[in-house]
Design a protein around this ligand. Structure first.
Ligand SMILES: C[S@@+](CC[C@H](N)C(=O)[O-])C[C@H]1O[C@@H](n2cnc3c(N)ncnc32)[C@H](O)[C@@H]1O
Length: 257
């Protein structure tokens, strides 16, 4: 199964929908609004003068937001449509950034550049079959002392939606629409893998990174799952049997040698 081409086609189609969505609000972004949320801004901190690699950057709003914060940025994404849109945004806004259209594993095998920070967020891990290779890519891209930052949707919600929590040898292959409000109902085949929290953490540790912070959150900034309710000043929450569901987690890790 050619999962890369299947997922690339789906993300190319999704990108065309996303750039016109209120969800991504490109107009506000062009007018100076950052697409970054408090969680990642507080976790990553001051990036002025730092070289930052953004893995699975989609069409580049977060990457360019880090550039606006003073970082020298490189964004990598599988979708050529997303990278075209990212380059278009970069030109319109006259920002400095390098965007690379590639599978992150191929990027990892070819890349020789080192970065102070590697960042990736919100809906990235399920597209990757092998987290050991993912963590090696991160570790090999960092300078000694460099930081890795992940903010990801919590797998607990996947479990409640009927997906496996524990890693499975076989991926899920499903026809899915997208998550933005302007989704026209068109579905594309997508291939995804389940990754438990221990799998993520152990992959990072095995690649030589030290975990410095692990957090879980009951609120998400994004209204992209069924059954969410908005709580002013907090974000979206999900209640299951009267209790809050963990919707996000974040990891900060450092390459020590
Ligand atoms: C949910 S989006 C990331 C979200 C991002 N934070 C955003 O909303 O701007 C997932 C991204 O992963 C990319 N992707 C999927 N598989 C990939 C792979 N093997 N290598 C690189 N990028 C991949 C997709 O093209 C998509 O842009």
């Amino acid at each position: 199964m050619d999962y890369l081409n299947i997922n690339k086609d789906a993300w190319d189609k999704r990108t065309k929908v996303h750039v016109d969505s209120k969800f991504y609000d490109v107009e506000a972004f062009k007018n100076g609004k950052s697409s970054l949320n408090t969680i990642e801004l507080e976790q990553v901190g001051n990036v002025t003068g730092k070289k930052l690699l953004h893995l699975q950057c989609h069409f580049g709003q977060d990457t360019l937001s880090w550039a606006r914060q003073g970082a020298t940025v490189t964004g990598v994404d599988l979708s050529t449509e997303a990278i075209e849109q990212a380059n278009e945004l970069k030109s319109v806004l006259a920002l400095d950034a390098t965007f690379v259209a590639n599978d992150i594993y191929k990027f990892g095998a070819e890349n020789t550049e080192k970065f102070d920070v590697v960042f990736t967020s919100y809906g990235v891990l399920c597209w990757l079959p092998d987290l050991k290779q993912w963590a090696e890519t991160i570790s090999n891209s960092l300078i000694t002392g460099g930081e890795f930052h992940l903010v990801e949707f919590h797998t607990f919600n996947d479990l409640l939606c009927g997906y496996s929590y524990f890693p499975d040898s076989e991926p899920d292959i499903e026809d899915e629409g997208t998550y933005t409000e302007n989704c026209d109902g068109e579905k594309s085949k997508m291939v995804t893998w389940a990754h438990s929290l221990s799998e993520v953490i152990n992959a990072l540790i095995s690649s030589g990174l030290s975990i410095e912070q692990f957090k879980e959150y009951p609120y998400s900034p994004y209204n992209c799952f069924e059954g969410l309710e908005f709580i002013a000043g907090k974000g979206y929450q999900m209640i299951h049997k009267k209790q809050q569901v963990p919707l996000l987690y974040s990891i900060k890790a450092r390459k020590n040698s």
